[in-house]
Design a binder for this molecule. Structure first.
Ligand code: ADP
Ligand code: MG
Length: 352
């Protein structure tokens, strides 16, 4: 059996360099490795360095609290205590509440109780491999967000269940940091946590932050550029963490219905939303839902915009991004998704 493990912590969204400007306020920055990814924070103005140092500490703290692989994390404690109620922190309550809402709205496409499947597939380890169909069947019986009992500040999982906040924690962290930095008087900053970017205000020169969307097929290319202020942009893609076995690629975003990597025809999903945590949960949920249901979700609930790249070369952009997203290159044909298509009948308008 030919097996090759590839873990690429690729950065789906890249910050584009600031144009030089003479009277620029001082730039402060910090780079940390936490939450399994390289995190880069940049802020401007008085007190920015101290605020970023505090932000870095907070990231290490959240990593210890939220990791599904660290033995002493709160998530590991919840998992080890499946069957009984465990008191949990405000940080975990907030994420579970948001996760459960997206689970309900997506009909279970998003489900933090996928950990038994993630472990079975071995994503993120040297032992990543395609499990036997019976093993997947067996693990699937423990995947059910409906059996997560959240009561006040305690949670209880049914016996055999385990959870991971892998699809929401970085977005939660960027949202928290953004609020903390604003509270310290920072009005211009950009936070980049792997595929999660969150902009505070605009660039110090008053123009919007420019964030590039990586081409999911040709890693060195840019598929488009967002112009953002006070907004998060989060990308989920099958190309970010995956392994190859017998010539087939298996990525880390799982369909909780089948137990296999989601195959909804999308290869990259970016959500633009004023809340980083919501954006993170939705990027994973819409990736699993696939084209038609993802668009239905956007039409039904709104509150965010999206760029979906399909495996047949289309780039579907929700109409709220007409002014703030520009496609780059000719690899994809751009179509705008409009609100008035009706539930079943997906209507696009061609764009350039
Ligand atoms: P990344 O963490 O690479 O930025 P995502 O935000 O899409 O990407 O999260 C993927 C991670 O979430 C996986 O590594 C896994 O731990 C977990 N996960 C996989 N499938 C699902 C799912 N359907 N619902 C919720 N979490 C998932
Ligand atoms: Mg996510």
């Amino acid at each position: 059996m030919k097996r090759r493990l590839i873990i690429v912590q690729a950065v789906a969204l890249l910050l584009l360099a600031l144009a030089s400007c003479s009277a620029k306020p001082e730039k402060s920055k910090v780079t940390v490795f936490a939450m399994d990814t390289v995190i880069y924070l940049e802020a401007y103005g008085e007190g920015a360095q101290a605020a970023l140092d505090e932000a870095a500490e907070k990231l290490y703290f959240l990593d210890e609290l939220l990791s599904a692989t660290k033995e002493d994390s709160e998530i590991s404690k919840i998992n080890k205590s499946a069957g009984s109620f465990v008191p949990i922190s405000d940080e975990v309550i907030k994420q579970l509440e948001a996760a459960l809402e997206v689970s309900r709205r997506s009909g279970g496409a998003f489900d933090v109780s996928v950990l038994p499947l993630v472990n079975l597939w071995g994503f993120g380890t040297e032992g990543a491999h395609v499990p036997a169909a019976e093993e997947i069947e067996a693990a699937l019986q423990y995947v059910d967000y409906g059996k997560i009992g959240l009561e006040g500040s305690s949670v209880r999982l049914a016996q055999g269940m385990s959870i991971t906040l892998g699809a929401i924690a970085k977005g939660y962290a960027s949202q928290e940091l953004s609020e903390m930095l604003k509270g310290r008087g920072i009005s211009s900053a950009i936070l980049s946590l792997g595929g999660n970017v969150q902009a505070i205000g605009s660039k110090p020169d008053g123009l919007k932050w420019r964030v590039a969307l990586r081409d999911p097929v040709s890693a060195a290319e840019t598929a488009g550029v967002f112009e953002l202020s006070d907004m998060a942009a989060v990308t989920s893609g099958g190309y970010e963490r995956y392994f190859e076995q017998d010539g087939k690629v298996y990525h880390h975003i799982l369909d909780p219905k089948t137990g296999y990597p989601a195959e909804g025809g999308l290869i990259s999903v970016t959500i633009v939303c004023d809340n980083g945590m919501t954006a993170d949960a939705l990027s994973t949920a819409l990736f699993v839902l696939g084209e038609d249901k993802a668009i239905e979700y956007w039409r039904d609930y709104g509150g965010f915009e999206a760029v979906l790249i399909t495996d047949d070369g289309r780039m579907l952009v929700t109409e709220g991004l007409r002014d703030s997203f520009k496609k780059s290159g000719e690899s994809y044909s751009l179509l705008y998704v409009t609100r008035n298509g009706g539930d079943k009948c997906v209507k696009y308008q061609t764009g350039r």
